[in-house]
Design a protein around this ligand. Structure first.
Ligand code: UDP
Length: 328
């Protein structure tokens, strides 16, 4: 295989997948998108990128893609991702994430795909007593979303062992921000994540923000999360692809910076950068929220040579804010 790669990006019309497509184009690779557009957006697909509209579980479609393009690797982003929805509708998550991913892996093995980068989540860890969390921590998901991803990880690992398939599993902490050049960002409606919700409030799309819990055992009483800029997250995927292309071993790594910010920290940064006072309502704790979730990302740095470039909450928020202002 030459240095040039053709990469099948599932969920390539979504928030994170669209940033992957841009990074592949920027690096001179060829992305091919598979997306069912249930939550993806045409607006996020750059001109000239081939798009197959359909589901990852459609073996015939995956075969057709692999017959049309010589796929060197897949990056599998397509999934349902809303934690409270997974609690009220677990079957959606087991079908759309676990079952569809199983079918997709089967189709990839059938087509002779050799490299697989999988989007997993810190939700597989559940509540942990110790932070930062490294990859050896126990997995005890608190919700069906986390379980659906953990099951997918296991299935991928077992199938890779039995086939000529290498993988990198990336467990994302809190992904936020937008492409610094304004080419992609989060369009998903309704917003469910803190930074997206806060910048929507800052541009007047919503009147107030609920702050879920002010009595946590943290310095300011609000939850602490490890927010990672979406472009740094994609940097990890590009490093994973290079690792697999160089015949590196299958592996699993956390994606985060290794330090956290509280909900109040985030809201302060948003208010400062937007030069607007935010209407914040203190609300009860949200079910299932851990007090502190911070990644130990030393493995990602050590094994994949990942070096973040946007490790700055102000940068994450300002890119999210710029995207929100440009895409009302
Ligand atoms: N949060 C909040 N108000 C909101 C959304 C989130 O106070 O409208 C808090 C939430 O309780 C958590 C943190 O912000 O402590 C990050 O939540 P988010 O849903 O963004 O990500 P999660 O960590 O749940 O994956």
């Amino acid at each position: 295989m030459s240095d040039h790669m053709t990469v099948l990006v599932t969920g390539g019309a979504g928030y994170i997948g669209s940033h992957m497509v841009l990074a592949l184009l920027d690096a001179g690779h060829q992305p091919v998108i598979l997306d069912d557009f249930s939550t993806g957006h045409e607006q996020l697909v750059p001109n000239g990128v081939p798009v197959f509209r359909g589901n990852v579980a459609d073996a015939g479609l995956v075969a057709e893609i692999c017959n049309s393009y010589e796929i060197d690797a897949v990056a599998h982003f397509a999934a349902s991702i809303v934690v409270p929805e997974s609690v009220s509708d677990p079957l959606k998550y087991y079908l759309n994430n676990t079952a569809s991913t199983t079918r997709f892996i089967a189709a990839c093995v059938e087509a002779g795909i050799k490299r697989f980068v999988f989007s997993s989540t810190a939700a597989v860890y559940g509540n942990q007593d110790h932070n930062p969390i490294n990859e050896d921590a126990s997995t005890q998901p608190e919700n069906p979303y986390g379980t659906s991803k953990l099951m997918s990880e296991t299935i991928l690992r077992d199938c890779a062992r039995a086939a000529d398939l290498s993988y990198v599993i990336l467990r994302y902490f809190n992904v936020a921000g937008a492409d610094s050049k304004g080419r992609a960002g989060q369009l998903s409606q309704p917003a469910t994540h803190l930074i997206k919700i806060a910048v929507e409030a800052a541009v007047g799309k919503r009147s107030s923000i609920q702050l879920y819990g002010t009595d946590y055992p943290t310095p300011d009483g609000t939850c602490i999360r490890d927010y990672i800029h979406v472009s740094d997250l994609i940097g990890a995927h590009m490093a994973a692809l290079a690792h697999l292309q160089a015949d590196g071993e299958s592996m699993l790594a956390n994606c985060g910076y290794g330090h956290g910010a509280s909900v109040r920290d985030v809201l302060d940064v948003v208010a400062t950068l937007a030069r607007k006072e935010l209407a914040i309502t203190d609300a009860p704790r949200r079910a299932g929220d851990a007090a502190i979730l911070v990644a130990d990302s030393s493995k990602l740095r050590r094994k994949l040579g990942w070096t973040p470039v946007y490790d700055d909450l102000q940068k994450i928020v300002s890119d999210a804010l710029a995207w929100e202002q440009a895409n009302p």
